[in-house]
Design a protein around this ligand. Structure first.
Ligand code: HEC
Length: 124
């Protein structure tokens, strides 16, 4: 009986949260070339350079599914700092041209952060 009362509330909350997230995403992508499939980014190293700990979760989520120990491109692993560092120039090239990930699943904000990290020397 209690569940029946709680479920619609949960649904409402989820609906509200996903709409809020959708709105934020829409606001972020508007005005910076939403139709452009690969907006050019002029990334320079800022005053507060990101470190590996800032980009590792992005790599983990967006790249490691294909670039991990047990994935299709297991020879190009992006799951550890020392390995990632070896691919820094190739990553910079891929991210600048939106070559990776091929399906365009990398959000612009994450792409920008990765590029900034690389521009700052891919520090630990
Ligand atoms: C859907 C799977 C997939 C995802 C996700 C993915 N990659 Fe790749 N990546 C590949 C494949 C396949 C290749 C080609 C492998 C080869 O040529 O040996 C590749 C190649 C590369 C290369 C080497 C390019 C070169 O110069 O040879 C780099 C660097 C790279 N990916 C970086 C990334 C980064 C950074 C991410 C995350 C932002 C990412 N990839 C996400 C599948 C993926």
């Amino acid at each position: 009986m209690c569940r029946d009362e709680i479920q619609p509330i949960n649904l409402f909350i989820r609906w509200g949260v996903s709409r809020a997230v959708g709105l934020v995403v829409a606001l972020m992508s508007s005005g910076c070339g939403a139709e452009d499939s690969c907006p050019e980014l002029d990334v320079a190293c800022g005053v507060d350079p990101p470190g590996y700990q800032d980009v590792a979760p992005i790599l983990e989520r967006r790249c490691v599914p294909c670039h991990g120990a047990e994935s299709s491109t297991s020879r190009k692993r992006l799951d550890e700092y020392s390995r990632v560092l070896g691919y820094a120039p190739a990553m910079q090239e891929q991210l600048s041209s939106c070559g990776m990930p091929k399906d365009g699943s990398l959000p612009a904000r994450e792409r920008a952060l990765l590029l900034e990290w690389l521009a700052c020397g891919a520090s630990k």
